[in-house]
Design a protein. Sequence first.
Length: 223
Amino acid sequence: MTLYDRLIEEKDDAYKKFQARLVPNIPSETILGVRTPQMRKIAKEVFESEYRDTFLTDLPHKYYEENLIHFFVVALIKDFDDCVKAVEVFLPYIDCWPVSDQASPKSFKRNHQKLLPYIKKWISSQHTYTARFGIRMLMNEYLGEDFEEEYLALVARIKGEDYYLKMMIAWFFATALAKRYDESVKYIETRRLDEWVHQKAIQKALESYRVTDEHKEYLKTLR
């Protein structure tokens, strides 16, 4: 049975319509309508199969779900060097935000020192979803114990009109306001972000249960 056959077994036409509305920038005919838990299950099957390497090198894929499964498979690679190499091969083929956002390689958490140069490179990419992925990895991995104030500046410097890139920058700063408030609020106070990103970051921070009520009240005065 081919991967396509497995996907067809799991497809849901109603879910396909939902996904097509969620990801309007890709052709709806490339969406089969397979839910994420099923795709993660299939990804594990692919990861353990003898055709894993063939699948990972057979690019570009035709279907949205194939791209998601591809990144889920890559995220399962335990060796950091092998994983990041596979990530770099795939990033130029990402064409929508869910593919960029759903995979989080576990090997990255154990290799922050080695990962950071890659993140800096990805963030500076002109390819929207490579930059988006880089920002998300910085947000996920470096707003905790390994935080440095320079990371805020790295993201604040990113400019562009693409909606999905701007939304990621706003998400990053909203998360920073929850986890690194004292350092990140300076960027809001001095309006160092583009106006749309500034407003969206505040909005998302106000919606977050991780931002204190006191901080929320102050952020409202900075809109």
